[in-house]
Design a protein around this ligand. Structure first.
Ligand code: MG
Length: 177
């Protein structure tokens, strides 16, 4: 019998899935964190929905056009390969205005939870900033900080675990659950 609701792993994009690029608006600048595609495939094979959640306030600021975001996203998907992401959510809200969806607000996770019928209590979020971990906590989702991207600069932030990269984070989740 299928489980009535799926656990998910939410994954930040910049500095977590791909190398941090200041306002990435060119597909040529996409560099995957080594092993990211396989890590996502392993999580999916274990029954997790994999959901990208990314803040892109560069769109609100006019630094990244929606077309450029789509081109970068398409390149990222090509590099990750087949069967890696179930869904991607992007929040273009500016960082200087209230937002229900811009991390650390939980909107993207709550929307995904409805649209993909997720069990948030068995879900995780992986990210390189404290706002990723806070976003998880705001939705009742435990967080894993990665040291890639800005992660090496983050102090105590409420993460359940600190991993070297997304590969270690995925391995930790799979060992734990
Ligand atoms: Mg990030």
């Amino acid at each position: 019998m299928p489980h009535p609701s799926n656990p998910a792993v939410f994954i930040d994009r910049d500095g977590t899935l791909m190398e941090e690029v200041h306002y990435c608006n060119d597909p040529e600048n996409v560099r995957l964190i080594a092993g990211a595609g396989d890590a996502l495939r392993e999580l999916r094979a274990a029954g997790y929905k994999t959901v990208l959640v990314t803040n892109q306030n560069g769109i609100a600021r006019g630094i990244i056009s929606p077309q450029q975001y789509e081109a970068v996203h398409k390149r990222l998907l090509e590099m990750l390969g087949e069967d890696t992401l179930d869904k991607a959510y992007m929040c273009a809200d500016p960082s200087d205005k209230p937002s229900t969806h811009r991390k650390p607000a939980p909107g993207m996770l709550l929307q995904a939870s409805v649209e993909l019928s997720l069990d948030l209590s068995r879900s995780w979020i992986i990210g390189d900033k404290s706002i990723d971990i806070e976003c998880g906590l705001n939705a009742g989702v435990a967080g894993i900080l990665v040291k890639t991207g800005y992660g090496h600069t983050v102090g105590e932030c409420g993460a359940r675990f600190t991993a070297e990269t997304i590969v270690d984070a995925a391995r930790w989740i799979l060992e734990k659950t």
